[in-house]
Design a protein around this ligand. Structure first.
Ligand SMILES: NC(=O)c1ccc[n+]([C@@H]2O[C@H](COP(=O)([O-])OP(=O)(O)OC[C@H]3O[C@@H](n4cnc5c(N)ncnc54)[C@H](O)[C@@H]3O)[C@@H](O)[C@H]2O)c1
Length: 253
């Protein structure tokens, strides 16, 4: 590929939150961006933000846990933007509950979206990366991978993504492809807003309480995560692979 050619990025769960901020940031870095989410219409705001700033983006509706939908979505990306060589597996859901109350359906939903979804997307996109001899994969893990009350399903999925990331780094490195994971701490999004509602706290109060436990004394914003993803997907990051970066306003491990 010539250096003037635009690389194509796929960002799942790009309609809002961390995914939307990431799509906007990658577009600002000069990438053409496919914004994928469950409902194509919900991606409109993100796409408009990118195009208004002079960038290139399309909205694609797909459930990342559905193999046929993933394949169709990537075929559309290839057709409309070109072969994707950057993948950010960001789509996610919560189905929190204590183990004794957690249903098998809630276990399956969370594992399917985060783990199966990231697997299906990586599988669909890797062949374009291999052909290009260049690729960047970033998977969204979480501080919950270290264990979190009420999140047996989510913490298992997020820890699973770390192992998945390291294996992709080992298998795909020889094709010029890196794979890394970003593990956010508390980020102010719809996801954490729902958690506040579940524990019957106002969002502002919930964020303020969380901030007192974070060394930098504030909660994260979606742009804090987009910034780390921009680094891992950058041209200069080719020797950084198989890493898990906690972006949490303080140390975690
Ligand atoms: N917010 C946090 O504090 C936090 C912390 C650690 C990790 N994360 C992770 O970061 C990612 C983004 O989180 P967020 O806070 O922006 O969440 P969010 O709920 O605001 O956004 C998630 C997006 O994913 C989409 N989505 C859900 N299921 C999907 C599916 N099957 N197919 C396609 N799209 C789907 C949703 O429609 C939504 O637009 C998630 O993987 C989440 O687990 C978030």
């Amino acid at each position: 590929m010539s250096t003037t050619e635009q690389r194509v990025a796929v960002v799942t769960g790009g309609a809002r939150g961390i995914g939307a901020a990431t799509a906007v940031r990658l577009a600002a870095e000069g990438r053409a961006v496919a914004v994928i989410d469950l409902d194509e219409a919900a991606c409109k705001d993100t796409v408009e933000k990118i195009t208004a700033a002079g960038g290139k983006a399309i909205a694609v509706g797909a459930d990342v846990s559905d193999e046929a939908q993933v394949e169709a979505a990537i075929a559309r990306v290839v057709e409309e933007l070109g072969a994707p060589t950057i993948l950010v597996n960001n789509a996610g859901v919560l189905r929190d509950n204590l183990l004794f109350k957690m249903t098998a359906a809630d276990w399956d939903t969370v594992l399917n979206v985060h783990l199966r979804g990231s697997f299906l997307m990586a599988k669909a996109v890797q062949k374009h990366m291999v052909e290009a001899g260049w690729g960047r994969i970033v998977n969204l893990s979480s501080s919950s991978a270290l264990g979190n009350r009420g999140q047996a399903n989510y913490s298992a999925a997020k820890a699973g993504l770390q192992g998945f990331t390291k294996t992709l780094a080992i298998e795909l490195g020889k094709f010029g492809i890196t794979a890394n994971a970003v593990a956010p701490g508390f980020i102010a999004t719809e996801m954490t807003k729902v958690t506040a509602e579940r524990v019957k706290m106002g969002f502002e109060e919930f964020k303020a309480a969380a901030a007192t436990q974070i060394p930098v004394q504030r909660v994260g914003e979606p742009e804090d995560i987009a910034n780390a993803i921009a680094f891992f997907t950058g041209e200069a990051a080719g020797f950084v692979s198989g890493q898990v970066l906690y972006v949490a306003g303080g140390p975690l491990d």
